[in-house]
Design a protein around this ligand. Structure first.
Ligand code: AMP
Ligand code: MG
Length: 492
């Protein structure tokens, strides 16, 4: 096959409106997706397609597969690779960019929200460096599973619209089946996007980027004084809210490089991510995170560090006076930790079923976490069984503790609050995308082309608060020995 065709475009017109391509020429390199040998649709997110006003129902299955593998480029798409830089594990890389991703364009959805539609794994771009531009079935289905789980948990995240198998081999440590993911995001603007221009000293381009970002994500700032300071403050606020949610659900991102931190406040880049099982803030699953930089408990300070890097890029826009710019930026970034604590405590209060805020809530919450830590209790089930205890059924909770008597003094304190069990069941999920279940589903899909476990797990994680017999197998933690040697890899 040669270049991707625009045949059938009339049938597959998407309602694109591409502000990035239109308003920021010079910020990207246009290029079409690389056609693949044998497209086959593995996953299509129909509710999301509907939100995006995509009329896919009338299309043949083969046409849908061809679209989401990149063989048919829908009318109105303007595929392009975005430039960005980033701090990877603390070291600055001045040029990363979309090595294997392409922004197809933007669609304003049914709710009036502008959203990026982008491919991942659609071939090499000028930013590919040594990479092959491809992606494998397992990691792309992982992104779909974990991001849908996060979405169902009410956490801001990019979404997966589709995963199409390519029918081609991808060479990793072993030969793997290839795939293309279609990702939907509020935008793909990252801290690293700003770093790319700031590091080059391209102040005019940086200003244009910042103005575009403000128009897109923070339009209320356009007429305010100090719009760039406002942008910085809003990004800090969004990340404080996001990281608090990660911490309250036991999510470990695994690779919080600045190129993987969005300006929109959405979780992005599901590579080596995983959920905690036994509660321990030092938990690291990623094989490449040898020093635990992105350990569970390190996520808040790492986010603050990343935000400081973002603030640095904005210094020339904040004030002509360097000292004043630094003072403004420092103040904005240092607001992170109090905001984060506030969001986290609000979430913990809900998880504890507290009906009103009180001065001892933080101590109550952190003493509970210390108990979970001491006894290596499964984070998700520990909270969920606390909700049962609120309804008078304490036995399932006690069964999670090696020494249940250690619970008694804490339970007595908590009971004085008359916790609301119904509210607790809406704040404490029963089903998350457990690591061993995810691996099992991906192995079946990747090794045996069997999508049934993926589909069952996806259905389960989409109803995280539902406790039923059908949900129960997905709520069980992995055997501790398995979790102890569980390793994740950068999603390739
Ligand atoms: P990530 O680890 O996914 O955040 O990606 C870091 C950088 O490596 C980005 O610039 C990616 O575009 C690039 N990259 C990752 N995998 C590949 C690949 N297989 N081919 C080309 N570029 C890649
Ligand atoms: Mg990335």
């Amino acid at each position: 096959m040669t270049a991707a065709t625009t045949l059938e475009t009339a049938a597959v017109a998407f309602p694109f409106d591409n502000s990035f391509a239109r308003e920021l020429p010079g910020f990207y390199v246009a290029r079409p997706p690389t056609p693949v040998r044998a497209p086959r649709l593995l996953f299509l997110n129909e509710p999301l397609a509907d939100e995006l006003r995509l009329n896919l129902a009338s299309l043949a299955v083969a046409t849908k597969a061809a679209i989401f593998a990149g063989n048919i480029v829908p009318a109105g798409a303007q595929p392009l690779a975005q430039a960005y830089a980033g701090h990877q594990f603390g070291g600055f890389v001045p040029q990363l960019g979309d090595g294997r991703a392409l922004l197809l364009g933007e669609i304003v959805d049914r709710h009036g929200r502008r959203r990026d539609i982008a491919f991942k794994g659609s071939g090499r771009t000028v930013f590919a460096r040594g990479g092959d531009g491809k992606a494998a079935v397992g990691p792309m289905l992982r992104e779909a599973l974990v991001s849908e789980s996060m979405h169902a948990l009410g956490i801001a995240t990019t979404r997966a619209l589709a995963v199409a198998a390519t029918g081609e081999d991808v060479q990793r440590e072993t030969v793997l089946p290839g795939a293309v993911l279609t990702r939907v995001a509020a935008s793909h603007l990252r801290v690293g996007t700003f770093q790319f221009y700031a590091a080059r000293g391209e102040i005019d381009l940086l200003r244009r980027l910042a103005l575009y970002t403000i128009a897109r994500h923070d339009p209320d700032l356009r007429d305010a004084g100090q719009p760039f300071l406002g942008l910085l403050r809003n990004v800090v606020a969004r990340q404080a809210a996001l990281i608090a949610q990660w911490m309250n659900v036991g999510f470990i991102h695994g690779v919080m490089n600045t190129d993987n931190m969005t300006i929109s406040g959405e979780t992005i880049d599901y590579g080596p991510c995983a959920f905690l099982e036994a509660y321990d803030p030092a938990t690291v699953f990623s094989s490449i995170d040898q020093r635990g930089r992105y350990a569970f408990g390190n996520q808040p300070p790492v986010a603050a560090w990343n935000l400081a890097r973002f603030a640095e890029t904005l210094l020339p826009l904040l004030s002509d006076n360097v000292d004043e710019a630094v003072a403004l930026a420092t103040e904005a970034v240092s607001a992170f930790s109090a905001q984060f604590e506030e969001h986290r405590l609000r979430g913990l209060r809900a998880k504890l079923g507290l009906r009103r805020a009180g001065p001892d809530d933080a101590a109550l919450a952190f003493d509970w976490l210390a108990l979970l830590h001491d006894q290596r209790v499964d984070f998700t089930l520990g909270w969920r069984r606390l909700a049962d205890a609120a309804s008078g059924n304490e036995a399932p909770l006690r069964a999670l503790f090696a020494d249940p008597r250690a619970l008694d003094p804490w339970l007595a304190r908590w009971r004085a609050n008359d916790a609301d069990p119904q509210a607790m069941r809406m704040a404490n999920p029963f089903v998350i995308a457990r690591n061993h279940r995810v691996e099992e589903a991906l192995a079946a899909a990747s090794d045996h082309a069997d999508l049934a476990p993926f589909e069952r797990l996806l259905a389960a994680v989409k109803q995280p608060y539902l406790e039923s017999a059908a949900q129960a197998p997905f709520a069980e933690p992995a055997p501790a020995a398995l979790t102890a040697c569980y390793r994740t890899f950068c999603g390739t």
